[in-house]
Design a protein around this ligand. Structure first.
Ligand code: T4K
Length: 373
């Protein structure tokens, strides 16, 4: 078995070609316009709206700020129903916006909120639903739209994982009142930090454009709360370069994902999540579920054994937000979330992991399962 000599990471960044990068940055240096709504930022907002098939995309510095800004722009107060099976930014943003997260358990198969589950969690204090498109799979958007309309609730989605993903033939980005994306280094679209809010609501988009900056040039008289959330030209350049290259990144991601799935298809107790029935995926996350009894090792033990051999698998989103401060001060009963946190393992992927690396990781997993190491 081939020894893995250097660490293999989850989520190592996707990069454009050096030539494209140099040309974009030479342009910024030549213009000496680095911030405050330069030409690249303006171009990016149009390109993102086109990509996500929405009327408006408002680029901002990162996905967390996108969420906080959106929540403030919605001007709501009270409880927001959201999953605990997500990255901490989802629920922390609610706290930053002065809202109370109410965790709702997720569906065992989709690993996301469902309209049926959310219905049970609604109280008189509920003002909104914040769904998360985990692993780029769509979070029951049509049923949640119906429920939100029926109950008079705002509906927004954390689509940090879902750039270029679709549902029912539509790009994720246009569901609910608005959606947010992340262009962090670990995402399929890497803007050297970045994010955006997408919406088809003209009035909400206009508020967001004022609120994201002190420099929108409109002399807005509304007195809306404002912050410096706008992208720099460097971030806009990186995001535009990533958008140009994204189809290639997704094709490479898919090849790695399918290689993992094929290599380990007959190993008992490990299965890779599929995306059939959820629309097109970007394959940025190679997520496996471990059945400890059938595999012969717990997910924890497998994770430790792989990490010790340079395969830096990750346990997203263990132990779940409900068991992490500050949310753990309250008691939550979320058995499906607990089970997912115990059993899911993400494997190395991204541009720097080649198919031979995938083969080496899979052969290690086979040996660990067979107990021959
Ligand atoms: N909502 C959801 C559902 C999210 O998943 C996230 C972010 C957000 C909202 C908020 O969006 P942003 O505000 O971040 O735009 C990472 C990312 O930092 C975070 O963006 C991401 N989710 C989360 C799922 O993953 P960590 O704590 O795992 O990061 P870290 O530093 O351990 O990096 C993970 C791996 O990525 C490393 O093993 C190596 C690789 N990496 C990382 C960085 C930063 C690179 O290769 N290059 C890099 O520059 O959170």
């Amino acid at each position: 078995m081939k020894e893995i000599l250097s660490p293999l990471h989850v989520g190592q960044m996707n990069l454009p070609s050096n030539e494209a990068f140099r040309a974009a940055f030479e342009g910024i240096f030549a213009r000496r316009h680095y911030a405050n709504h330069g030409p690249l930022e303006q171009h990016l907002d149009k390109a993102l709206a086109e990509h996500f098939q929405v009327r408006h995309a408002i680029s901002v510095v990162n996905g967390t700020v996108a969420l906080i800004l959106l929540l403030k722009a919605l001007d709501i107060q009270g409880e927001v129903i959201t999953p605990a099976f997500t990255f901490s930014a989802t629920a922390q943003s609610l706290l930053w916006a002065g809202l109370k997260p109410v965790f709702c358990d997720v569906n065992v198969e989709s690993q996301m909120l469902t309209a049926a589950g959310v219905t049970k969690a609604i109280t008189p204090a509920t003002v909104a639903i914040l769904g998360v498109h985990i692993w780029g799979r769509a979070c029951d958007p049509i049923a949640l739209e119906e429920l939100a309309a029926e109950r008079g609730l705002k509906l927004i989605f954390d689509a940090a994982h879902a750039t270029s993903c679709t549902f029912a033939g539509r790009r994720i980005g246009g569901f609910g009142d608005a959606e947010i994306f992340s262009f962090h280094a670990t995402k399929v679209l890497n803007g050297a930090e970045g994010g955006c809010i997408t919406t088809n609501n003209d009035a909400l988009a206009a508020r967001l454009r004022v609120m994201r900056s002190f420099h929108d040039g409109t002399g807005d008289p509304s007195g809306l709360l404002r912050m410096n959330a706008k992208m720099s030209e460097a971030q806009a350049a990186m995001t535009l370069l990533g958008l140009d290259a994204i189809d290639g990144f997704i094709a490479e991601n898919r090849a790695r994902y399918e290689r993992y799935r094929k290599n380990l298809a007959h190993i008992p107790g490990i299965r890779f999540l599929h995306h059939e029935g959820y629309g097109e995926n970007n394959y940025q996350y190679v997520v496996s579920q471990i059945d400890a009894q059938a595999f012969g090792l717990t997910c924890d033990a497998l994770s430790n054994a792989l990490q010790a051999r340079n395969v830096l698998v990750r346990r997203y989103f263990s132990p779940g937000l409900h068991k992490s401060p500050p949310f753990s001060e309250e008691r939550w009963n979320l058995p499906v979330t607990d089970d997912l946190c115990r059993s899911l393992l993400q494997f190395p992927s991204g541009q720097v992991i080649n198919l031979e690396d995938v083969d080496a990781v899979c052969s290690l997993v086979r040996s660990l399962q067979a107990g021959t190491l």
